[in-house]
Design a protein around this ligand. Structure first.
Ligand code: F6R
Length: 616
C-alpha cells in the first residue's frame, strides 16, 4: 500500500524516481508526487490520479536537474485522493519534504499540538504532521535530518515507512521504518530506498533488509543504519534472485495475463528441488525440527483474501493427510477473538507480499501466546517471514497485477507440500493417495499448461455474459475455496456482483438469488475420485437449472455424465482431488480478466485496490 522511492547518486534523480514509481504503482494509484533538492532549494510536484497525471504535469512544469530525490504513489487512507493530500508533504519553511506509507495513529493529537503552536496545515493527511515535526527538531538536532527523524519517530504510534529530504542537506535521503516495508538498494556511487526491490532492480541487485524500528541515512557513497535511539543496527544484505525483466510485461498487454500464463513456470519453480528422487520431500528453509513437528496438536492457517482461500485448501490437505486438526482464519479476525493458542499450536501465515498488516499482527499475537509460526511467502526477506520461526518460500517471482493469480497457485502448492511433509514425518508409511499426489505433482505444471489452452474458449464465454448483473460460483470440498476465489477475482476486476458458495449451502438461502438467465459457475468434483461428492454437485446443478440458471461447468476430462446439465463446459485435466484447484482456478482467472477487459476496466490496477495491504 503506497509505493516509496528515494535516490541519491550520480544520475538524474527524477528519471530514477519516476521509473521506480512506475514499477511500484501497483501498490497504490490515487495520486503520485516527487520532490528533488537542487541548490539548497526543494522542489515538489504532485498530482491526484495515476502516475501518468504527474508525468503530464512534469511535462508542463519541469523540475530542475538534481541527483537527490524522493517519490510516492498513494493509496489513500487519511484524506481524499486530491492534489493537496498527495505526497510529498512539506513543512512551513518549504525545506523539508516527506513521503509516507502506513497510518500514524496518534496524528490527531500531533495535529492539535502543531495547530496550538501556530502551524497551518495544508492537507487532511496524517503524514503532513511529520514534515512540521521534523522542522521543529532540525535545529535542535545540529541540522541533522537523520537525528531529527529519530526524534520524531519516537513520538509516533502506528505503522509507518517515512522518507524525507531537506533542502539544506542536498546529498542526503533519510528513511525510517516501523511495521511497513522499506528496502535499501546498494549501488556504486548511488544508493536507493524503496518499498520493494522492483523499484531499483534495474540499477542494482544488492539489497539490505531494513529491520523494525530502524532509521537509514542514505548518501551517494554511504549507508548508515541505526535504531530509533541512534545505536548502530544489525542488518542483513542479500542479492535479489530475479532481474528487471521479471517485472515487465514480456509481450503481454496486461501483467495479469502474463502472470496467468506464467503459472506453469511459477508452480514448477516452487517444486524445484523439493520432490526428492527417493519419494521424500526436501524443504530446506523450513527449519522446524522433527521434534517440533511431532509436538504439533493443532494448526491454524491465517491469511487474507486470495491467500485465505489457499489456507482453506491447506486445511483440507493437512487434515486429510496428517489428521492434525486444523482451522483456517481471516487474519483480520484472528487476534481480536482471543484464539486459543499454546506451544503445541502451529500458525501457518500465508502471504504473497509478506507485508500484509493484518497477517503480521496475527502472527505477532500468535507468538505472544507461545505458538510457533511458519510463513508461506513469495517475497524474500519480507517482514512476515522474518518474524516467523520457519518459512517456506513460494517461488512465483514478482506479481505486479494487483489481483493475485500465480501467487495463489504457488501458495496451494506450498500448503500441499507442507501437508505432505508433515504426513511423511508423522505417519508410519505414506498412504496410496499421498504417493499418487507426489507423482502427480511432478507433472502438475504440464497440466496447468494444458488448461491454459482453454483461454480462447473462456474469452468467448465472457462475451456472452458481459451484461450479467450477477455471477454465482459454487463448489464442494476444495471446489468451495476455488468458487470463492473465482468470485473474488470477478468482483475486484469486473466490478460485478459475484458470490462463491459451498454448493450444499445453496438450499439454505442463496438459492433465492437464482433467477432466469443468471450464470452459475460450478466446480465439479472428479467423478473418478469423489463419486459421492460428484453426485451431490450434480443435484445442485439441477436445482439451479430448474430455476432458470445458465450453468458453466468446470469439469475434468472424461466426465461426460454432466453433459445434459451444462450450458457451457470448460474442461480441465484429470488430477487427484486435492490438486484440482491448481487447474480449476485458471479458467476462472481468465474469465474475470476477459470480462474486465470487455468492460474497459484497468485490469492490472482495479479501482480502490492496492497490492500489499500494509494498514489494518
Ligand atoms: C486478491 C488479492 C488479495 C490478497 C490479500 C493478501 O486478488 O490479491 O486478496 O490475496 O490482500 O495479500 P498477501 O498475500 O500479500 O498477504
Amino acid at each position: 500500500m503506497c509505493g516509496i522511492v528515494g535516490y541519491v547518486g550520480n544520475k538524474q534523480a527524477l528519471t530514477v524516481v519516476v521509473d521506480g514509481l512506475r514499477r511500484l504503482e501497483y501498490r497504490g494509484y490515487d495520486s503520485a508526487g516527487v520532490a528533488v533538492v537542487q541548490d539548497h532549494k526543494l522542489e515538489v510536484r504532485k498530482k491526484a490520479g495515476k502516475l501518468v497525471n504527474l508525468e503530464t504535469l512534469l511535462g508542463t512544469d519541469p523540475l530542475p536537474n538534481s541527483t537527490t530525490g524522493i517519490g510516492h504513489t498513494r493509496w489513500a487512507t487519511h484524506g481524499i485522493p486530491n492534489d493537496a493530500n498527495a505526497h510529498p508533504h512539506t513543512d512551513v519553511s518549504n525545506e523539508i519534504a516527506v513521503i509516507h506509507n502506513g497510518i500514524i495513529e496518534n496524528f490527531s493529537e500531533l495535529r492539535a499540538e502543531l495547530q496550538l503552536a501556530g502551524v497551518k496545515l495544508s492537507s487532511d493527511t496524517d503524514t503532513e504532521v511529520v514534515a512540521h515535526l521534523l522542522n521543529f527538531e532540525y535545529p535542535k538536532s545540529n541540522n541533522d535530518l537523520a537525528e531529527s527523524m529519530r526524534k520524531v519517530v519516537r513520538r509516533l504510534r502506528g505503522a509507518f515507512t517515512l522518507v524525507a529530504v531537506h533542502a539544506q542537506q542536498p546529498d542526503v535521503v533519510v528513511g525510517a521504518r516501523r511495521n511497513s516495508p522499506l528496502v535499501v538498494g546498494r549501488g556504486v556511487g548511488e544508493n536507493f530506498l524503496a518499498s520493494d526491490v522492483s523499484a531499483f532492480i534495474s540499477h542494482t541487485k544488492n539489497a539490505i533488509e531494513l529491520g523494525q524500528d530502524q532509521v537509514v541515512e542514505l548518501r551517494h557513497d554511504k549507508i548508515t543504519i541505526t535504531d530509533f535511539d541512534g545505536k548502530p543496527a544489525v542488518t542483513k544484505e542479500y542479492v535479489v534472485d530475479w532481474d528487471a525483466k521479471a517485472a515487465e510485461k514480456g509481450g503481454f498487454d496486461l501483467f495479469m495475463l502474463k502472470e496467468i500464463f506464467e503459472q506453469p513456470k511459477a508452480v514448477a519453480e516452487t517444486l524445484v528441488g523439493r520432490l526428492g528422487e527417493d519419494g521424500k520431500l526436501i524443504l530446506e528453509e523450513m527449519t522446524l525440527s522433527i521434534g517440533q513437528i511431532a509436538n504439533i496438536e493443532k494448526i491454524v492457517f491465517v491469511a487474507c483474501g486470495t491467500a485465505f482461500h489457499s489456507g482453506m485448501i491447506g486445511k483440507y490437505a493437512m487434515e486429510r493427510w496428517t489428521r492434525i486438526p486444523c482451522e483456517v482464519e481471516l487474519a483480520s479476525e484472528f487476534r481480536y477473538r482471543d484464539p486459543i493458542l499454546n506451544n503445541r499450536t502451529l500458525v501457518v501465515a500465508i502471504s504473497q507480499s509478506g507485508e500484509t498488516m493484518d497477517t503480521l499482527m496475527a502472527i505477532r499475537h500468535a507468538k505472544s501466546q507461545g505458538a510457533k509460526v511458519l510463513a508461506i511467502c513469495n517475497t524474500q526477506g519480507a517482514t512476515i517471514p522474518r518474524e516467523s520461526d520457519a518459512v517456506l518460500y513460494t517461488r512465483g517471482g514478482p506479481e505486479i497485477a494487483v489481483a493475485s493469480t500465480k501467487a495463489f497457485l504457488t501458495q496451494v502448492v506450498a500448503v500441499e507440500l507442507l501437508s505432505l511433509y508433515f504426513a511423511e514425518l508423522r505417519l508410519d508409511k505414506p498412504t496410496a493417495e499421498i504417493k499418487q499426489v507426489m507423482n502427480e505433482l511432478a507433472n502438475i505444471s504440464h497440466q496447468i499448461d494444458v488448461v491454459l489452452d482453454t483461454t480462447d474458449a473462456v474469452n468467448e464465454l465472457a462475451k456472452k455474459y458481459v451484461n450479467a448483473q450477477s455471477v454465482l460460483f459454487i463448489g464442494r470440498h476444495v471446489g468451495f475455496p476455488v468458487a470463492l476465489e473465482g468470485a473474488l477475482k470477478l468482483k475486484e476486476l469486473a466490478y460485478m456482483h459475484a458470490e462463491g458458495f459451498a454448493a450444499g449451502e445453496l438450499k439454505h438461502g442463496p438459492i433465492a438469488l437464482i433467477e432466469d438467465g443468471i450464470p452459475v459457475v460450478v466446480i465439479v468434483p472428479s467423478l473418478r475420485e469423489e463419486k459421492e461428492l460428484h453426485e451431490k454437485v450434480v443435484s445442485n446443478i439441477q436445482e439451479v437449472r430448474a430455476r432458470g440458471a445458465k450453468t458453466i461447468l468446470i469439469v475434468e476430462e472424461g466426465d461426460d455424465s454432466i453433459l445434459d446439465f451444462a450450458d457451457h463446459i470448460i474442461r480441465i485435466p484429470q488430477t487427484s482431488s486435492l490438486l484440482q484447484p491448481l487447474v480449476a482456478t485458471v479458467p476462472l482467472q481468465v474469465f474475470s480478466c476477459a470480462l474486465a477487459t470487455l468492460k474497459g476496466h484497468d485490469v492490472d490496477q482495479p479501482r480502490n485496490l492496492a497490492k500489499s495491504v500494509t494498514v489494518e
